[in-house]
Design a protein around this ligand. Structure first.
Ligand code: HEC
Length: 114
């Protein structure tokens, strides 16, 4: 019983600090976005462990900044919208920062996987 209470308090503390961090960083975090893209989108949009490219290979430099904005504004109409629905708005904001920051017309285009 005591142990359960401790775990409850620990969980609450972790939650509070997480919310605190989220509020502190309003704009998306491209480094986190890169990680999240790899985690959530990689199976269908990046090379797999054997280096084989999937049919829908996609990286930041696949689109212009304006195109990325349009994609993220209208992601409910994408073929993979169900995959996006599994990702929180906050995480999507980070992925957007990564894609937008590395778009092909950005100062620093990022190749898929870069
Ligand atoms: C289960 C596989 C799968 C996952 C996971 C997935 N997608 Fe997709 N995605 C697809 C397919 C299939 C298409 C359609 C590609 C096409 O039409 O050529 C697509 C299309 C897209 C497009 C439009 C491509 C274009 O050329 O305009 C974007 C952008 C996109 N996905 C981004 C993402 C992002 C970001 C994630 C992660 C949050 C993600 N996808 C996760 C399968 C997936």
């Amino acid at each position: 019983m005591k142990k359960q209470k401790f775990i409850g308090i620990a969980a609450a503390l972790i939650l509070v600090s997480y919310v605190g961090i989220s509020v502190a960083s309003e704009a998306g975090n491209p480094r986190k976005g890169r990680f999240l893209f790899r985690q959530n989108c990689r199976p269908c949009h990046m090379e797999n462990a054997t280096g084989a490219k999937p049919a829908h290979y996609l990286g930041p430099d696949a689109k212009t900044q304006a195109e990325w904005k349009a994609v993220f504004d209208n992601h409910a109409s994408l073929p993979c919208k169900d995959e996006w629905a599994k990702v929180s708005e906050k995480d999507l904001q980070d992925i957007f920062s990564y894609m937008h920051g590395g778009a092909k017309d950005s100062p620093t285009p990022v190749k898929c996987g870069g």
